[in-house]
Structure formats: structure tokens, C-alpha cells
Design a protein around this ligand. Structure first.
Ligand SMILES: Cc1cc2nc3c(=O)[nH]c(=O)nc-3n(C[C@H](O)[C@H](O)[C@H](O)COP(=O)(O)OP(=O)(O)OC[C@H]3O[C@@H](n4cnc5c(N)ncnc54)[C@H](O)[C@@H]3O)c2cc1C
Length: 474
């Protein structure tokens, strides 16, 4: 006999587990199926984000930043460190503990909110007048019946053609987060968010890191002025970034050899101890059996949805990395909540214009809204203001003065159209800009709001003042 639910969520990443919890909170009987296993074979909900993405990468970034500070920044504060050593095993073990705390936290939230969790793979079996039959296979073996189905099966790393991930020499994000000793020479293919974050971790710990990027522009989606500043700072830190390359043959043996042609057409043969391939991610519907019910996928494998995350079948929804839009955990969560609310008859809402982006390098890069190049391309008349952290008292006290805040506002109405930050804790500072844009604030609104002194957020206020050339210039 099938177990009946109002809502069955397939996938327990940030899109799925948040959708399941919200649906249960709204009084719907809810199941969540997730197949991720920890090293003991037990459940590890949280998806890519918790297990091999956002959380472990930030744990390693923090550990490696501490190490770099101890080696380079402490001396300026009068702190002498002798015999500094990196215990990579301990760093990775700490990261695993942080991951487990998050897995356990999600299981606790399922229990607290009365979400029934099934550890295994969920697949469509058939549809009938009462809803959808879903099979669970794995640790749990069950047949479920759901009136509504939310597909939240996420994404997988994209491999280079004919170069499969072996997670020993050729690493996806999974292997990159589990390297057990600092490689002497690390190659990274792809200068996107993941490549830059992972490259930074191992560069800080002493690896010689070369990042090879096919596109001619560095961080093409980022505001050009910010991307230029980032390129300058990362290069100064010792990341060798080559743009406009064409990757040729890759051979593995004792190490990895990458043949590539540089932007000038010169051929190179680079040897690396390990190679991280971070060239994007592909939607994951492996094992979901969408054909059984006729669920439509597009030519790239994404589940086809409308603006409300409704899929091609009645009462089937899809959220997160498996659908169009940015592959970000908080975008997946927003969609998950909105879908649960729509199922419950409420008016869930996601504002794609105010989704923040963050790259957790040092300095961090964060932005929301339009870049200057986008506004130019769209023919929007705008005003720009920026303020460097070099002139911010708190940044000086922290000893972290690289970067700036840049604000773009409509030339006529002064409405904020974009905010771009490169600098210390940009990931936290961007929240003010997101709130401002969500409330359609003007640059003058930010300029007239009292900001604590001394704080990094004063740089945002100063950038707002600079939009109208009213800067106080503390
Ligand atoms: C190294 C790295 C760092 C990242 N850092 C950030 C960051 O700092 N900030 C940010 O916003 N984003 C970051 N991301 C992206 C983020 O992880 C994803 O956008 C997010 O996890 C997507 O959530 P999701 O719920 O759609 O899918 P996922 O997190 O991929 O979860 C999908 C889940 O569904 C399960 N599943 C799949 N198919 C089935 C099935 N048939 N049955 C049962 N279970 C199934 C999977 O096992 C998985 O647990 C990072 C990604 C990587 C790789």
C-alpha cells in the first residue's frame, strides 16, 4: 500500500529541504526523499550545498585564511608566530564536522516540523487521477503517492569531454574539497566562482596555482571595474590566471599534463600534481524517471518550468539548480518556499532582480542588480558613485583596505539599480543593498540613513553620497 502525502519533495538540498519544511509548516502532509549518503552510508541531507558545496568550501576558505593571516598578516599587529605548520588532515576533519552538523541540523528540522524523510532515490512511477506514484529505493524501499510533487534534484559537475573525474588527479568540487596534502602544482580549469574559491584555498596553503579560463574576459558576469580590480588583486596574491586559452589533450599518469593554446596562439604543456575542473554544472535528473509521467526537460536537461516553478504536468513543480536561473543555494531556497506557499494557496514570490551573488575569495566580491556594462547595453541613463575601503577607518583598523563599494542609480529617479562590492566581508555588506533594492530605495535613502562608525558599511553610505557627488569623504 502506498503511503499518501499532500506533497512529496524529491531531493533534500537547499531547494528541497526548505520547500518540505515550509510545506509542512503550512499544514500539508509532506515527505522528502534524498539519496545522499555520508561516509557510513547514513543519510546526509543538504545536497551539494551542505555536502560538497557552499558549506565545506567556506570551512576550508576560513581555515586557509587563518593560516595565511598567521603567516603574513599577524606580524603587522605585533604578533609573532614561530614554527607555523599546516595540518591539512585536521583542516579537512574540521570541515567534515561542520558538514555533519549541518546534515544533523536538517534531520532535526524535519523531525521538528513533521516532515517524513526517506533515505533513498525517488523516481516517478505513474500518474493517475489522485496524483503521482513515486518509488523510493535505497536504504528505504517504499511506494509513495503525492498530490503535489516538487522536483529538487539539483545539479552535477560538468566534466571535460573525454576527461572523466577520477577524484584523485582530475577533481570535481567533491575531490577538490578532500585533497589530503597541499599539492605543489595545482591546475584549475575554469575561473568561475568555484575555481577561484578552490584555487584560493590551496594557494594560501602553499600550492602554486594556475587557473586556465577559456573566455577572454575575467569574471564576465561581474561589473567590469570590480572584475578588473579582482584580477589585479588575485594576480598580486600569486594566482596565475590565463584567459582566452584553448584546452587541448589532457593526460593522466603519475601527474596530470594539460596541453593548451594561450590567447596569443602559443602552445603550452603544463604539468600539475592535481587538476580541478570547474567549468560549470549540469542539471541532475539521473534516476528520476521523468519519462514515466512525461515530465518535460529542455534540450540541456533542465526541467521546464514557468515563472512560478510550475512544470509541464499538473501539480508538478521544480526548483533550484535543476531549473533555469542562477545556480545558487539561496535562489533554490527562495523558490522552494514560494512553491510550498503556492501549493498552500498563498502567493509565493521570488524577485530575481534582487538575488545577491557572492564570491568568497579574499577580498570577497558581492553584487546585486545590474552591472555598469548591462546598463550601458540596455541604454539606461545612470549615475555611478564609488568609495574605496582604503579611505574607510574600520578597514584601516582591520588592516584590510583592498577594494571598494560601487553604486549605480537611475539618472532621473535615483532608484538604486545595482551595488557592487569588492572588499572585506562583502558577503555581509551586500545585504543592505538587497534590502534597499527590494524596497526600491534611492541612493539618497542610503546616504541619509545613519550607519555605525567606524564600520565597513560606511563605505556603502559614502558610495551612495558619491552618486550625487555629495561625498563627505571621512
Ligand atoms: C564548490 C561549490 C561551492 C558553492 N558555493 C556556493 C555558495 O557559496 N553560495 C551559493 O549560493 N551557492 C553555492 N554553490 C551552489 C549551490 O551548492 C547550489 O546552487 C545548491 O546546492 C542547489 O540546491 P538544490 O537544492 O537545487 O540542489 P542540490 O544541493 O544539488 O541538492 C539536490 C539533492 O537531491 C538529491 N537527489 C537527486 N536526485 C535524486 C533522486 N532521484 N532521489 C532522491 N534524491 C535525489 C541529491 O543527492 C542532492 O542531495 C556552490 C556549489 C559548489 C559545487
Amino acid at each position: 500500500m502506498a503511503k499518501n502525502f499532500d506533497v512529496i519533495v524529491i531531493g533534500g538540498g537547499p531547494g528541497g529541504y526548505v520547500a518540505a519544511i515550509r510545506a509542512a509548516q503550512l499544514g500539508l502532509s509532506t515527505a522528502c526523499i534524498d539519496e545522499w549518503k555520508n561516509d557510513k552510508g547514513g543519510p546526509a541531507p543538504g545536497g551539494t550545498c551542505t555536502n560538497v558545496g557552499c558549506i565545506p568550501s567556506k570551512a576550508l576558505l576560513q581555515s586557509s585564511e587563518h593560516y595565511e593571516h598567521a603567516g603574513h598578516a599577524f606580524a603587522e599587529h605585533g604578533i609573532e608566530v614561530k614554527g607555523l605548520k599546516m595540518n591539512v588532515g585536521q583542516m579537512v576533519a574540521r570541515k567534515d564536522t561542520v558538514v555533519k552538523q549541518n546534515n544533523d541540523g536538517i534531520l532535526y528540522l524535519f523531525k521538528k516540523n513533521k516532515v517524513t524523510f526517506f533515505h533513498g532515490r525517488g523516481a516517478f512511477v505513474k500518474a493517475d487521477a489522485d496524483g503521482y506514484e513515486i518509488s523510493v529505493t535505497g536504504a528505504a524501499n517504499e511506494t509513495l503517492k503525492g498530490k503535489h510533487i516538487i522536483v529538487a534534484t539539483g545539479s552535477n559537475p560538468r566534466a571535460l569531454p573525454n576527461v572523466p573525474f577520477d577524484e584523485k588527479l582530475v577533481l570535481s568540487n567533491t575531490g577538490a574539497l578532500d585533497i589530503d596534502a597541499v599539492p605543489k602544482k595545482l591546475g584549475v580549469i575554469g575561473a568561475g566562482v568555484i575555481g577561484l574559491e578552490m584555487g584560493s584555498v590551496w594557494r594560501r596553503l602553499g600550492a602554486e596555482v594556475t587557473i586556465l579560463e577559456a573566455l577572454p574576459a575575467f569574471l564576465g558576469a561581474v561589473d567590469e571595474q570590480i572584475a578588473k580590480e579582482a584580477h589585479k588583486l588575485f594576480t598580486k596574491q600569486g594566482l596565475a590566471i590565463e584567459l582566452g586559452v584553448k584546452i587541448g589533450e589532457i593526460k593522466t599518469g603519475k601527474d596530470v599534463t594539460v596541453n593548451y593554446t594561450d590567447a596569443t596562439g602559443k602552445e603550452h604543456k603544463a604539468q600539475f600534481d592535481k587538476l580541478i575542473v570547474s567549468i560549470g554544472r549540469v542539471p541532475n535528473t539521473i534516476g528520476l524517471n521523468p519519462e514515466a509521467v512525461g515530465l518535460k526537460l529542455d534540450e540541456r536537461g533542465f526541467v521546464v518550468v514557468d515563472g512560478d516553478c510550475k512544470a509541464s504536468l499538473p501539480n508538478v513543480w521544480a526548483v533550484g539548480d535543476v531549473v533555469r536561473g542562477p545556480m545558487l543555494a539561496h535562489k533554490a531556497e527562495e523558490e522552494g518556499v514560494a512553491v510550498a506557499e503556492r501549493i498552500a494557496g498563498q502567493h509565493g514570490h521570488v524577485n530575481f532582480n534582487t538575488i545577491p551573488w557572492v564570491i568568497y575569495t579574499s577580498p570577497e566580491i558581492a553584487w546585486v542588480g545590474k552591472t555598469e556594462q548591462q546598463l550601458k547595453a540596455e541604454g539606461v541613463a545612470y549615475k555611478a558613485g564609488s568609495f574605496p575601503f582604503l579611505a574607510n577607518g574600520r578597514a584601516r583598523a582591520l588592516g584590510d583596505t583592498n577594494g571598494m563599494v560601487k553604486m549605480l542609480a537611475d539618472a532621473k529617479t535615483d532608484e538604486i539599480l545595482g551595488v557592487h562590492i569588492i572588499g572585506p566581508v562583502a558577503s555581509e555588506l551586500i545585504a543592505e543593498a538587497v534590502v534597499a533594492m527590494e524596497f526600491r530605495a534611492s541612493s539618497e535613502d542610503i546616504a541619509r540613513i545613519c550607519h555605525a562608525h567606524p564600520s565597513l558599511s560606511e563605505a556603502t553610505k559614502e558610495a551612495a553620497l558619491a552618486v550625487d557627488k555629495r561625498a563627505l569623504n571621512f
